[in-house]
Design a protein around this ligand. Structure first.
Ligand SMILES: Cc1cc2nc3c(=O)[nH]c(=O)nc-3n(C[C@H](O)[C@H](O)[C@H](O)COP(=O)(O)OP(=O)(O)OC[C@H]3O[C@@H](n4cnc5c(N)ncnc54)[C@H](O)[C@@H]3O)c2cc1C
Length: 391
């Protein structure tokens, strides 16, 4: 691939910004479009916090990729006036002895295998070290100190500054309304100002909106709403990171996870579950009953939070790929089009390394991770199952 490509990046979330920065630093000419403002309030990348962890069960590739990302999170914290990645650790709770095959057990083993320290827990340790928890509920689990959370919207702001510093032409208030084609080659985009913008390569980094711009993704990606709750507990000391780090409570069965209190007194709780199938432009309100469901979980597990005033709630959309892996590849049938999407509810933590993978793919250079994210189609069986599952 040529040394100086003209590239249009559509979407200024972490996939788009990461790609634009890396490709600009490699000498390409980059134009980035987003309806803005950046960070966009409806973007998945925009929130007060996102979990940053390498705990991925038995999936060694994601842990290896996270080990690389951690180096850059640390470097960014040194570069930034205020640290936006907080290494407060990750508390993984199991209601019974961790068993082979479970997310908790396999993550604990993989941490050990790769030389990371993780402290095994018991109800006794949980009660003394993390007093907000109903320790009767959890007899096993572990605490991983090499983990934490990032102030995601502020990270996006920093990346937008890096993009401008790298010479990216950042066009806010401008969306791509369609791809422009010459036969089967994608030659640019038609934008909402009615103009046609040409490029050698178009990178679709529009998150959950991606299938709206390329229906080639319609059987690979779905839009799934997940609820988020923001509480303002009175006794904030109980929720400070030292005694209340990022947590996942019997994640595979309950889906509940959450964060320590932020400087403005907010404790965020969210659910990583089947979610609800929606359209990306639908309203982002939580569904009736969601708050009751959340408070039920809290009353059994974090009793003092169950009564806390709710400062707000909303949904955020997973850009769920059929197998949970990202899509970073050229479209095999439409030259000039690259996908950088499919975050599937877990891409933010990889922000420091996403741009590198996308840039290697664009330049057709080898990358140890790119095969996992290459173009792939779900089997007919999977499509049938997913259609049944999503109902
Ligand atoms: C509830 C929830 C919780 C999550 N928690 C975590 C977590 O704890 N840890 C973690 O690692 N990950 C987490 N994630 C996943 C992570 O947030 C996403 O994978 C990641 O942010 C996706 O980034 P993106 O750039 O693909 O999409 P987005 O951030 O959604 O960005 C897409 C951008 O495209 C723009 N756009 C859309 N259409 C157009 C158009 N036509 N033209 C131009 N621009 C357009 C939008 O304005 C937006 O700015 C979570 C996600 C959700 C929804």
């Amino acid at each position: 691939m040529g040394a100086n490509l003209s590239i249009i990046v559509v979407g200024a979330g972490v996939f788009g910004l990461g790609s634009a920065i890396e490709l600009a630093r490699r000498g390409h000419t980059i134009t980035l479009l987003d309806p803005g403002p950046i960070p966009h309030p409806r973007a998945a990348s925009t929130d007060i916090s996102k979990a940053v962890r390498m705990d991925y069960g038995s999936d060694e590739l994601y842990m290896a990729l996270m080990e690389e990302a951690f180096e850059v999170w640390d470097q960014w914290n040194r570069e930034w006036k205020e640290a936006l990645y907080h290494q407060d650790g990750f508390l993984v709770l199991s209601p019974s002895e961790m068993k082979p095959g479970s997310f908790e057990y396999e993550s604990f083993q993989m941490l050990r295998k790769r030389g990371h320290s993780a402290e095994r827990l018991s109800s006794k340790i949980l009660r003394s070290r993390f007093p907000a928890w109903n320790a009767e509920k959890y007899s096993d689990g572990y605490f991983n100190p090499r983990a934490g959370w990032a102030e995601s919207a502020k990270v996006v702001e920093q990346l937008a500054r890096y993009a401008q510093a790298a010479g990216v032409s950042v066009r806010q208030n401008l969306s791509a309304s369609s791809l422009s084609m010459d036969d089967r080659r994608v030659t640019g985009v038609v934008a909402t100002d009615g103009e046609r913008y040409s490029a050698d390569v178009v990178i679709l980094a529009t998150g959950t909106w991606s299938p709206l711009l390329s229906n080639r993704l319609s059987t690979m990606i779905s839009h799934v709403a997940q609820p988020i709750f923001y509480f303002h507990p009175k006794n904030v000391d109980l929720y400070k990171a030292r005694v209340f780090p990022v947590w996942a409570a019997d994640l595979s069965n309950t889906g509940w996870y959450g964060f320590p209190v932020t400087s403005d007194g907010t404790v965020k709780v969210s659910n990583h579950g089947p979610g609800r199938k929606v359209h990306p432009d639908d309203n982002r309100e939580t569904a009736a009953g969601d708050e009751v469901w959340c408070r039920k979980f809290l009353s059994d597990n974090l009793p003092s939070l169950a009564e806390a005033p709710l400062a707000g709630s909303r949904t955020c959309l997973y850009c769920d790929s059929w197998d949970g892996n990202f899509y970073i590849d050229y479209d095999p049938e439409f030259p000039g089009l690259v996908y950088a999407t499919g975050g599937s509810g877990h891409a933010f933590k990889f922000t420091p390394v996403l741009g590198r993978i996308v840039a290697d793919v664009v330049e057709r250079k080898p990358n140890p991770y790119s095969s996992r994210f290459a173009w792939r189609k779900p089997s007919a069986q999977t499509v049938k199952e997913q259609a049944r599952f999503k109902g």
